[in-house]
Design a protein around this ligand. Sequence first.
Ligand code: PGA
Length: 258
Amino acid sequence: MNKSTRKAIIAGNWKMNNTRPEAKELLQAIKPLVANAENNVEVIACVPFTNLETAVNVTAGSNVKIGAENVHFKKNGAYTGEISADMLTELGVEYVVVGHSERRQYFGETDETVNLRTLAALEAGLKPIVCVGETLEQRELGITEEVIAMQTKIALKNTCEKCIKNVVIAYEPVWAIGTGKVATPEQAEDVCAFIRKTVEGLFNKEIADGMTIQYGGSMNAKNCAELLAKPNIDGGLIGGASLKAEDFNTIVQAAVEG
Ligand code: PGA
């Protein structure tokens, strides 16, 4: 199995942007632009909780899938302010971002809670987009691979072979997120290939070869083609550039071309 047989996935991560009317407008603009990607690229918009129902309704019948940006790991209970996996699936949500570096940095997310969220998402039938990535300090210390291996291994702890096919990994170097400082295609390729090797060590070659591994961090309409042409980069998790329909579509079209 190689890149051409893996599912390419372009996912927007809107972060804390867009009210419901704004979400509706953006998705209505995106839908016709990306319709031609239906057979080649999975197109996803991960949106704030308050936009989920609107987003699911606006994209119904189209090839745009909807994801949440986080999920709690408990099924229900006294966890004020949190949202469970069942609450998301009931809305028609298919994907969820887990362990984004902003959640690790600002909201106390740890490798252990990333693992629990991944397991909770899978159990409910959601497809987690699990984010891993090193900081600038870690890269400069030469421990990128150690950090990535640790994050990947802990995030996937106790995931069963049957559900692993629903896991997407996003390599997002923290120093490249929202900074305009994109990783070079070679840097991104090296780490995505390393993640695949790590998954092979945890499971087997078939599972590793079949896994979609995205790059994220200042990917935009200008730099996407070079990144997406790399053999181990199967898609992108897009922040800033996902808020503009034309830019997001340019990235989707670059993925169609592979
Ligand atoms: P960015 O964000 O594209 O704005 O750098 C990517 C992400 O955080 O997923």
